[in-house]
Design a protein around this ligand. Structure first.
Ligand SMILES: Nc1ncnc2c1ncn2[C@@H]1O[C@H](COP(=O)(O)OP(=O)(O)O)[C@@H](O)[C@H]1O
Ligand SMILES: [Mg+2]
Length: 354
């Protein structure tokens, strides 16, 4: 390792098979010290398997894992979980029901009683549960239980924290709040973390880097903005946001399509499909752009989604601000707001119907 600061985590060409089922193939990504990386993908794509291999609960079939520059899994050897300095927050929190909050948080701590107690106190203060030290887990809300699980995982000062779908048991209203709290706590603790989720909004809002997985493979690793604005493949584009595919004929940095001549963000030639996200479109009543009719409108407050149909029958979805009074049945003009990305025609991936 030539770097002055080693990566918090380096996962290289990791593969794992259960019987005849391949859970993970050649997974490769790195996590820089102090950063958050999310493994994002549909159920069954290998996210939990990846975490279990990093934690050392199971050895990989092939590939290697380095934590802080130290090899913990590789050809023919594996360091046991308790020697990895990895903390884990499980999907169901896995709190000990017969131990109170302080007992849960101190469970993994060894050594002097006083030092332990001080560490438990420090962790409870960090997660805002100092007043709950004597509570039993059953008498806590879901959000509080999660913070106990977090405090327990952080107490032994892990070099790396793994969190498997940490918000899946919280209702939607609580989720956004707890997400913000968790981010603040982890940044304060200065810990590097790997999250697992199937929720794209969660992944994009919480992470420095996102690794998108399908069928046991990592398809793209990128910061949230890159992932959303420059998805590497069609299914990444569809998984991280709303995507419509507009057939087009590309010539360099321009393409002709149902929206007329549009600028491309990447040069291309021949038959392509353009990635259109709702916010890629400008829908205007002044009549600029391609003529269309508003078919439906969904009002959300912070914005609204507007379904339009072009003269040639193409259906697209756009977004408008909260004050726009565009109504169903109205004639509008539709334009691309910015340069759009072209994708090769690939029938291997099903197209989203508009
Ligand atoms: N212990 C196991 N035995 C057999 N198959 C498993 C085992 N663990 C995971 N799998 C399979 O590996 C694949 C990936 O699982 P998992 O990593 O749990 O996915 P995710 O967490 O993304 O939902 C799935 O097809 C799952 O059925
Ligand atoms: Mg899982």
């Amino acid at each position: 390792m030539t770097n002055a600061t080693p990566h918090a985590l380096e996962v290289s060409k990791l593969s794992k098979t259960y019987g005849s089922a391949t859970a993970l193939r050649d997974a490769t990504f790195v996590l820089r010290a102090g950063q958050f990386l999310t493994l994002l993908g549909p159920s069954g794509c290998g996210k939990t398997t990846t975490l279990r291999l990093i934690a050392g609960f199971e050895p990989p079939d092939t590939g290697s894992i380095h934590i802080q520059g130290r090899a913990v899994s590789g050809q023919g050897f594996t360091v046991p979980p308790e020697q990895r300095r990895v903390g884990m927050v499980f999907q169901d929190y896995a709190l000990f029901p017969h131990l109170d909050v302080a007992g849960n948080v101190g469970f993994g701590l060894r050594g002097d009683k006083k030092v332990k107690a001080a560490r438990v106190e420090e962790m409870l203060a960090l997660v805002g549960l100092s007043a709950f030290a004597d509570r039993m887990p059953g008498a806590l809300s879901g959000g509080q239980q999660q913070r106990v699980a977090l405090a327990r995982a952080l107490a032994p000062q892990p070099e790396l924290l793994l969190l498997d779908e940490p918000f899946s048991h919280l209702d939607a209203a609580l989720r956004a709040q707890v997400r913000g709290e968790l981010r603040t706590i982890l940044r304060q603790a200065g810990v590097s973390a790997v999250f697992v989720t199937h929720d794209q909004e969660e992944a994009l809002s919480l992470s420095d880097w996102v690794a998108v997985m399908f069928d046991g493979r990592v398809e793209q690793v990128a910061p949230p903005r890159t992932l959303y604005t420059r998805p590497a493949t069609r299914r990444v584009a569809e998984f991280v946001g709303e995507a419509f595919w507009l057939p087009a004929q590309a010539d360099g940095l321009f393409a002709s399509c149902a929206l007329g001549n549009v600028a491309l963000a990447d040069s291309a030639s021949g038959a392509v499909d353009l990635l259109i996200r709702p916010e890629s479109l400008l829908i205007d009543t002044v009549g600029q752009g391609t003529a269309a009719v508003v078919e439906w409108r969904e009002y959300y407050g912070h914005d609204q989604r507007i379904g339009v149909i072009l003269a040639d029958g193409t259906r697209l979805v756009g977004r408008a601000g909260p004050e726009s009074a565009i109504s169903v049945g109205q004639s509008v003009g539709v334009r691309a707001r910015t340069a759009v990305l072209p994708y090769a025609k690939a029938d291997a991936v099903p197209q989203t119907t508009a």
